[in-house]
Design a protein. Sequence first.
Length: 517
Amino acid sequence: MKEGEADDKASSQSHRSILSGTAVLFVGTAIGLALGFLARMVPARLLGPDQYGLLMLGWTVVSVIGFVAKLGFKDGVTRHVPRADTTAERKSVFVTAVTITFPWSLALAGGVFLFSNHLAMHVFDDSQLAAIIRIFAVTLPITTLSMVVLGTFRGYERAKEYVIVKKILNPGLRTIFIAGAILAGYSTFGAAIGWLLASVCSLAIAVWFLYRVTTIFEAETAPLRHRELFLFSAPLMISGVMGLAINYGDNFLIGYFLSSSAVGMYDPAYMIGGLVTTGLTVFAYMFLPVFSKLHSNQQFNEMESFYRVVTKWVISVTLPVYLLIGLFPESLLSITFGDAYTDGAIALAVLATGAFVNAGVGLCVQALVSIGDTRFIMVVNVGAAILNLVLNAMLIPEFGIIGAAFASAITTASYNLVYTYRLYRTTGIVAFPRTILGPVLVTGGVAIGLSRVIQDGSGIPVLIGMLLLFTVVYLLLYIRLGAIGEEDLELIDIAEERTNIDLSAVKRIVQSTMPEQ
């Protein structure tokens, strides 16, 4: 086989691999988004901003410590499992991760439990928070083990099981248990207990799935790889903690400078703004193991092609969602969380803009993890965390939650630009495909023009219509301005296979717009 033909075949296999996985992920993520919203909307509506803010502040405290408990093994397991040659070696990766992270998470959980009163009274000046922190502390070893199991699913490229557990069961059970506890009269304390029960059930089901779909429990264990896995993952742990300082530092400092009620007002805006990165999250799941394999096999040309194509798809999925959220923030907050939360509209628009930058070039960090550049990631994340905390400390006292939103958006844009430059210098890969710049800019201009006519505060039918219109406009421009490629035909082929719908007419239209080879 000629070299060019071999590259084309490898390229096609990589595209189909990620598309096959993400087909499942898109469906699961759509369901998971609905359930995830319910898991936040239910306590937000039933408790109100004050008590809901208390619940989220407690979860934020434990989430940050939880990243320390995980020691960066989430990506470490995902990277090493597909590189293992035998089931015994894959089991070695799994057992190594469990034997390191589980005892460590138990020790941290004990520390959080013991110092819960100190955190509640001396940091946040709210005695009610202590009981919430203690409950969430119990979740630390549970969520740590879940992380190892889910990372193993990613390494095996088992998207279905990952989606069922993380995207569907966990938020679904959380919604049921939290709603039941609050309606039974147990308020914020009951909501935290419901969260804990959902975590326990999700872990049990995840372990059962791992037993059913792999032979990892039956295989012999190769020598454990504590040093190798720890040296790779430890920088990621530091990076992860710094990432949490970026993602949750605003919640901490809002609670410190303002109140738990302000945290309750900010969290819905942060959650809805995070929807902009859904496309990135879905594609990143399959991107890391596939890109890692390409790097391991030294298929450097294919790495660049694969990166460019997946980035193009991420931006295409993301843009209509960003435009809807960025232009109609008040409507979305009112419809989802209620009128009590609409004061967060400006913060939502700012957060969505930062999230769009992240979605556009966010695969850079996944690519750098794949090629082993974890120490650089650690250094950048440390700098970004410091920048975020400084900006928050400067802007929150003066501008409230809007200041927190600007701090988050500026930080997100800054570290993504650094990762973009690093990837280019290291691999020669350009993070943003120029072919879609035209469709993105023109669609954005059309959307802004329409938003001048249709004011924020519109109802659900209008918002759905706007989302569909933004999508159609972008797709038409995507085709007419030459962004379409052979890889998009593969996407249509897979959609045809999965749905059993004849899409030959669509393929003919797409092919007619493509330049002749």
